[in-house]
Design a protein around this ligand. Sequence first.
Ligand SMILES: Cc1cc2nc3c(=O)[nH]c(=O)nc-3n(C[C@H](O)[C@H](O)[C@H](O)COP(=O)(O)O)c2cc1C
Length: 331
Amino acid sequence: MIQLKSLTLKSGVIQSPMAGCTDLAYRLISREHGMEFAFLEMVSAESLIRGNEGANEIMKTIPEDKLLGAQIVGCRPEAMGEAARKVEDLGYDLLDINFGCPVPKIAGQGAGSALLNRPKEAQAIFTAVLKAIKKIPVTVKMRLGVEDGSGAEAANIAKIAEDCGIAAVSVHGRTRVQGYSGNANYEAIRRVKDAVKIPVIGNGDIHSYEDARRMKEIAGVDAVMIGRGGLGNPWIFKEIERGFNGETPVEAPSFEEKKKVLLRHLELEIQHRGEHTAALHMRRIACWYFKNLPGSAQLRAAVNTSKGTAEIRKIIENFEPMKFGSDSFSG
Ligand SMILES: Cc1cc2nc3c(=O)[nH]c(=O)nc-3n(C[C@H](O)[C@H](O)[C@H](O)COP(=O)(O)O)c2cc1C
C-alpha cells in the first residue's frame, strides 16, 4: 500500500508513463491482469492547453481505466499551472510532472531532465502547479541527475518538491546523459529516499519480483514503478504483488496464453485506435510478447509487411516458435 495524500493505492506496483506504449489498450490489458494504477503517456503542457489533436488522443480514457495519472512536461510555470488545472478538471486521479525526459526536443527547451540541476525553475513550476490544483495529488518523476549519477541532484529536487507540497517522487536510477544505457543505480535512489519524508517510488530495470525485491532492499523505496518490464508482460504486476505479500508465485504464462492475450491486445487496439493505427502499433506490440523466442524476428517481419489487422490476427494465430520458415505466417 502507498498513500499519496488523499489517494490510497493498495498495490505497491505502479506502471510508469511511456510515450508510444502506455496507451488505452495497453492499460486495459494490464488492468485485466491485476494492474491497479497507470500513467497515460507524457503530454506537453503547451499542447494540452491548445487542445491539439495528439494531446487529446493521449488523454483518451474510459471509466474502467482507473486509477489513472496524467503526466505533463514543460518549462513555463504558467503553462504548467494551466495544464495541471485542465488535468484535474478532466477527472484524472493524479498529476505527475516530468523531470526525466532526456530527448533533445524536450530537454533542449529546458523541460524534463534539464530541470534536474535548475532548482529555482523547478520550484517555480512546483509552486505554479500546486496553486492550480485543488484536490488531486501531484508527484514528480525524475532521473538521478543530468550527469551526476550520485543521486545528489535528484535528492535536492526532491527536497524542494517536498517543501512545496508535492505528494511523492519517483526516481529512475539513471542520469540524463546515460539515456537507457548501463544498469539503474538503486544505491543512488537510496540517497533520494534518505533525503525526504514523502514517499519515494523506485524505477529502473524491474522485470521480475526478484528485481523489485532488490529495489526495495537496496533503495528502501515505498513502492516500485514498472517501465519496459510491463511491455508484453501484463502478468508482472501480480507476480510482484504476490511476492511482496509472501504468497506463492503463480506459474509463468504458457505460450498459448501469451498468444491469447496478444490477440486480445490487438482487439483493444482496433477498438480504441481504429484499424489503421492498430496495424501500425502491432509492429511493436507483437514483438513485446515473444521477445526471446526463436522465430520472433520472423514474426516481426511478417507483421511489418502485413496488409492490415485481419492478416495480423492470422499471423499471430499461426505463430509457432520453432518454425522458422515464412510459410508459417502466411495465414
Ligand atoms: C519508449 C519509452 C517511452 C518513455 N516515455 C516516458 C514518458 O512519457 N514519461 C516518463 O516519465 N518516462 C518515460 N519513459 C521512461 C520510463 O517511464 C522509465 O522511467 C524508464 O524506462 C526506466 O524504467 P525501466 O528500466 O523499467 O524501463 C519512457 C521510456 C521508454 C523506453
